[in-house]
Ligand binder design. Structure first.
Ligand code: CMP
Length: 140
């Protein structure tokens, strides 16, 4: 089915100047950018976005990292976009990410892991609405 998913290029990858290289992975694999913005997340933005991880041991470090510099936030659209994007990203820990994946090629550590992608249709709907008004998403 045609799906939309929320993608974030994290502060490490923005800092390394590889936004375009990451977008290129999306574009050459059937995912279309249908909304995008650069944003410096506040602590409240990051805590709310990652609310499901509150209480996990890595939560504070995650919020610290995600507010350390601007991120690029985008909605990707395509056939099976949620799973496709996760396949392109590779494993959460770049040390375990398969060859040719975004995290294998651009990420340094499990915290500085270059990208985020929604993990289910429910998360995608929540995460897209967290960053974009419906009128800002040019898909369909
Ligand atoms: P992300 O897909 O953005 O979702 C939560 C983030 O927490 C994850 O990517 C990692 O960058 C970070 N993180 C740090 N430690 C862990 C861990 N042990 N398990 C899962 N995520 C972790």
């Amino acid at each position: 089915a045609l799906e939309q998913t929320l993608s974030i290029v994290k502060p490490d990858a923005v800092g390394k100047n590889v936004i375009g290289k990451i977008y290129s992975r999306f574009e050459t694999n059937g995912l279309k950018v249908v909304a995008a913005k650069m944003k410096l997340l506040s602590r409240a933005d990051a805590e709310g976005f990652y609310a499901e991880h509150k209480g996990r041991p890595f939560f504070d470090a995650l919020v610290e990292f995600m507010t350390s510099g601007p991120v690029m936030v985008q909605v990707l659209e395509g056939e099976g976009a949620i799973a496709k994007n996760r396949e392109l990203m590779g494993a959460t820990n770049p040390k375990e990410a398969a060859e040719g994946t975004i995290r294998r090629d651009f990420a340094e550590s499990i915290d500085a892991n270059a990208v985020h992608g929604s993990d289910s249709p429910e998360s995608a709907a929540r995460e897209i609405a967290y960053f974009f008004a419906a009128s800002e998403v040019y898909g369909g």
